[in-house]
Design a protein around this ligand. Structure first.
Ligand code: NAD
Length: 513
């Protein structure tokens, strides 16, 4: 508790409540449910936050609507300047923020810092992008006519985020939306509201320093119910939702019911293919980081390893040995590689999945224990597991959000491995390890990986922000972050301009009165 107080005071947060911003615009949160937050590291109490009531939610949306009218008038490069200032503050507070991510979510401190760095990176990216909201000029089929394509701000962007990236996902959406002239209302995961309060506080400070309305970046605490309000709300033209496929299906249907737009970043079931031509040393390192990093709680976590039969036993033995040497424990300690799971429900999910997969015929090779660590008795620690399995097993088809790695053997040509890799409902991330160009190019071809991310000689997790991030099939089809992902936060408009004195119709249609 002392530690958290210190972090919050370094960040200038005096009060968890009101938690919408730093100004007066919204007033205090009064009515909603109270939620106590405990650290997954040792179960220690961190703070209590309050959910917003429906009335308070409406107030926030109202303020955001008002802010939008002002914000969209600010020239895009000037909006970029605000994002630049947010990036600078994030640089200044990188360490306390990284530590807060670790305390509240449980990922190791290095990864906590990495997540804050990702926010800084996307700010830099968005600043550059703010001068590049390029449209098109299009030649017209009619004389003395021209056509243009322009991008206009959309309005309020609702951001629903997951617990496992408690700060980065917000910034991916919010910073791009901001330079596009949109305003954001963020509903963070109910498991990680403190990280969200901290980010919100930083964004609100920058707005205040620049005399801009608070409603440009808003934040509101609540659980799935609040997410549903957002999905139903016609005042929110785009809902960007990150989380489980179950949540995504619900949000997608509700938003589609009012013909709104949704951007979905949902579950993955990511695989690495190791062919007979793999650099095994490199592949092993990538697999370890991918499978046990963030304690198996990344959407891009390596869940399946599809190994050629000629190297299978070798890889299996080496992996089991490497798992034996994993340092599991307090994620704030420098030598820890695996921290805790988010909560006891996740621990239960881990043990249930292992039990079920063994009933289906899976063979547990190592790990699987629930750990009680000295001095961290209230924490949610498990021993990462490796299971020999078939791709068709029901448990292998599901995303269990915990460190379970399934080893799957293939024989013959690389297409056999690719078919296995694609034979799941999800389509987020994939990778191949091979020094054979025929294998790697096949993997990247039209008959190769069907995922949004397909890597060669690099693991499934740890994407850079410069590329578009997201996946196909039940992963939801959305793309965020780099490349041209900004376009989803804008509405596209086609303009036809006639500078002649005639009024010719397209397709040569005659309509003379
Ligand atoms: P979750 O689905 O339980 O919750 C995510 C968010 O959705 C929370 O804010 C929650 O309150 C809200 N929510 C839940 N049900 C809702 C509903 N019916 N309507 C509106 N909002 C609702 O997910 P989680 O446990 O926090 O996160 C883990 C999941 O997120 C995994 O499946 C992981 O793969 C996925 N994830 C995906 C990406 C990606 O970019 N593809 C990134 C991070 C996490």
């Amino acid at each position: 508790t002392e530690e958290i107080q210190q972090i919050l005071s370094t960040l200038g947060i005096k009060d968890m409540n009101p938690s919408y911003g730093t100004g007066q615009e919204y007033g205090s949160v009064q009515g909603g449910t109270q939620k106590a937050i405990h650290s997954p590291i040792d179960g220690q109490y961190l703070a209590t936050v309050q959910y917003a009531t429906r009335e308070e939610y409406d107030k926030v949306i109202g303020a955001a609507q008002k802010a939008f009218v002002e914000w969209r008038q600010v020239p895009a490069p000037k909006r970029g300047e605000i994002v630049r200032q947010i990036g600078n503050k994030l640089r200044e507070y990188k360490e306390p923020l990284g530590k807060l991510v670790t305390l509240e979510m449980g990922k190791i401190y290095q990864e906590g810092l990495g997540e804050v760095q990702e926010m800084i990176d996307i700010c830099d990216f968005a600043v550059g992008q703010s001068r590049q909201l390029y449209g098109k000029t299009i030649v017209s089929e009619r004389p003395e006519h021209q056509m243009l394509e322009k991008y206009q701000p959309l309005g309020i962007i609702g951001i629903i985020s997951a617990f496992n990236f408690p700060v980065a996902v917000w910034s991916w959406n919010a910073m791009l939306a901001a330079i596009c002239g949109d305003v954001c209302v963020w509903k963070p995961s109910e498991k990680t509201p403190l990280c969200a309060i901290a980010c919100q506080h930083i964004a609100a400070q920058v707005l205040k320093e620049n005399n801009l309305p608070e409603g440009i970046f808003s934040f509101i605490n609540g659980d799935a119910e609040l997410g549903k309000w957002m999905a139903e709300d016609k005042r929110v033209p785009l809902v960007s939702a990150t989380g489980s496929t179950r949540m995504g299906k619900s949000v997608a249907q509700t938003v589609a019911g009012r013909l709104g737009k949704s951007l979905l970043e949902l579950g993955g079931n990511n695989a690495i293919i190791m062919t007979a031509n793999a650099n095994i040393e490199m592949a092993m390192r990538a697999t370890l980081f991918g499978a046990v990093g963030t304690c198996g709680q990344r959407c891009t976590t390596t869940r399946r390893l599809i190994i050629h039969d000629s190297i299978y036993d070798n890889v299996k033995d080496r992996l089991v040995k490497a798992y034996g040497g994993l340092s599991i424990g307090n994620p704030l300690k420098a030598d820890t590689l695996v921290g805790p799971l988010i909560d006891q429900e996740a621990v239960q999910g881990f043990t249930n999945a292992l039990e079920s997969v063994q009933k289906e015929g899976g063979k547990l090779l190592t790990g699987g224990d629930v750990l009680s660590l000295n001095g961290l008795e209230g924490g949610n620690y498990v021993q990462p597991a490796i299971v020999e399995a078939e791709n068709s097993y029901q448990m292998v088809q599901e995303e269990t959000f915990a460190p379970i790695l399934y080893l799957i053997k293939y024989s013959g040509d690389v297409m056999n491995a690719i078919d296995i890799q694609n034979d799941v409902k999800q389509g987020l991330s994939s990778a191949i390890f091979s020094d054979n160009v025929q294998e790697t190019e096949t993997f990247l071809s039209f008959r190769g990986s069907d995922c949004g991310i397909a890597n060669v000689n690099i693991g499934t997790s740890g994407a850079e922000i410069g590329g578009a991030f997201g996946g196909e099939k039940e992963t939801g089809g959305g793309r965020e972050s780099g490349s041209d992902s900004w376009k989803v936060y804008m509405r596209r408009q086609t303009n036809t301009i006639n500078y002649s004195q005639e009024l010719p119709l397209a397709q040569g249609i005659k309509f003379d009165v």
